[in-house]
Write a protein that binds this ligand. Structure first.
Ligand code: ASP
Ligand code: MG
Length: 420
């Protein structure tokens, strides 16, 4: 049965990362699709390049940095500039230069044409390197398989068309050799490149796994698996060895950054287990996410900083009713604000969301005609799945809690540091 591996930018950020990837891939000889993101911070760099192009900035030096980074990495891998990979990589950069020579139009469209180069570069380099070391493989252009609508930067997948392409053209290839392809990118029916949203490579891997009816998807990461908290905030974290799809989706929804939130649905729908494993320690088990429900409910913690806590009250002292709520949600939707917590009472409706100066201004303008709006910035939001009194006490130490929402399994608190 076919398996899908996904390697993120951190796993291929330098030559030793690519060499390590090769050693992992080499262990599996039968049907394997390898989905790879752009190397290191390349997507950020290409994003900066696109912005500079639209604002009249110094695109030349920004593009040069991306080139230098990839050329150095190739030199470290291939030791000589004579290898044909250099020409292929060069051609990709020429395509970007052509775009940059024209007058800028339509940011989102252009973003996708430029930023998608990151994944094309990384997969060209990795594919050549694998062949170079005797791991025979085929480089495949994901744009022949992941077909999308034309919502640039957040493209919607056309499932029937993608399934058809993958079944009839990719599956036969996988029976012959390992195939290397790109995460994050797709193609419209007019043949324009799209992207699936930042960090979308996990999602790509899940789409491929679904359409291939794969036996499993493994996401290789720089952590041992899914942890019950981000080590950035917690010094004692625990590895969650087994998770249900349901819990994984809940954790991703509340902001755990381990897996892209869209990834789980196709896997759950097709019953494909998802493994999250460390590329630094490939022998260890990592986390397995499947239909099996674990009986041990380990409390998990998700922290989000830089939150806005905003309360809306009708000016005329009327109750907060469905009509008001639908107006408020309409405004949130229009300004693309994703609500992280909400609570309503008779006279007010409160929400928390990620701070963004522009979006906040627009929302205040939209709501303040009809409502009295109060807000605080610089808040923290903690979500605890499978909370108990002990875990609650731990996180609110030295904090002032401004809003608390509890369900049977999940507790969310918006809080700030206690001032003396
Ligand atoms: N390279 C893309 C990004 O950094 C996609 C991904 O890494 O998943 O957003
Ligand atoms: Mg990335």
């Amino acid at each position: 049965m076919t398996e899908v591996y996904k390697f993120g930018g951190a796993s291929v950020k330098d030559a030793s990362g690519v060499i390590n990837l090769a050693s992992i891939v080499a262990k599996r000889k039968n049907s394997l699709l390898v989905v790879i993101s752009a190397m290191g911070k390349t997507t950020n760099a290409l994003e900066a390049l696109t912005r500079a192009y639209f604002s009249g900035g110094d695109t030349e030096s920004l593009l040069q940095q991306v080139k230098d980074y990839h050329y150095q990495l190739m030199l470290d891998l291939f030791k000589t500039e004579d290898h044909p990979v250099f020409d292929e990589v060069n051609n990709l950069f020429v395509e970007v230069e052509w775009i940059l020579e024209d007058e800028p139009f339509d940011f989102d469209y252009t973003y996708d044409q430029i930023v998608s180069i990151g994944e094309l570069l990384s997969t060209k380099i990795v594919s050549h390197y694998l062949n170079f070391t005797g791991i025979q493989n085929l480089w495949a252009d994901a744009r022949n398989y992941i077909l999308t609508d034309n919502t640039y930067r957040e493209a919607g997948v056309l499932w029937d068309k993608s399934t058809h392409q993958i079944e009839s053209h990719l599956l036969p290839q996988l029976q012959k050799q390992i195939v290397i392809t790109q995460g994050f990118i797709g193609n419209t029916s007019e043949n324009f490149t799209t992207t699936l949203g930042r960090e979308g490579s996990d999602y790509s891997a899940a789409i491929f796994a679904f359409c291939l009816k794969a036996g499993a998807l493994t996401i290789w990461k720089d952590v041992p698996g899914v942890l019950n908290a981000d080590p950035k905030w917690f010094d004692k974290t625990e590895l969650l060895k087994q998770l249900s799809y349901y819990d994984a989706i809940e954790l991703a929804y509340y902001g755990a950054t381990i897996i892209h939130p869209k990834t789980i649905k196709p896997l759950q729908n097709a019953g494909i287990p998802l493994r999250v494993k460390s590329f630094l320690d490939p022998q260890s088990e990592g986390t397995i996410i499947s239909n099996e429900d674990t009986s041990v409910k380990v409390p998990s913690f998700i922290f989000k900083v830089n939150q806005v806590l905003l309360s809306v009250m009708p000016k005329d002292f009327s109750f907060i009713i469905e009509e008001n709520l639908s107006q408020i949600f309409e405004a949130l939707h229009q300004h693309r604000i994703k609500v992280n917590t909400m609570l309503n009472s008779a006279l007010s409706f409160s929400i928390s969301f990620d701070y963004d100066a522009d979006k906040l201004d627009q929302l205040l303008a939209a709501l303040s005609e009809t409502y009295k709006v109060k807000y605080n910035t610089g808040m923290e939001l903690v979500t605890i799945r499978y909370y108990n009194q002990d875990t609650l006490d731990r996180v609110i130490e030295n904090k002032k809690v401004l809003l608390e929402v509890k369900s049977r399994n999940t507790c969310q608190m918006v809080m700030k540091n206690k001032t003396a």
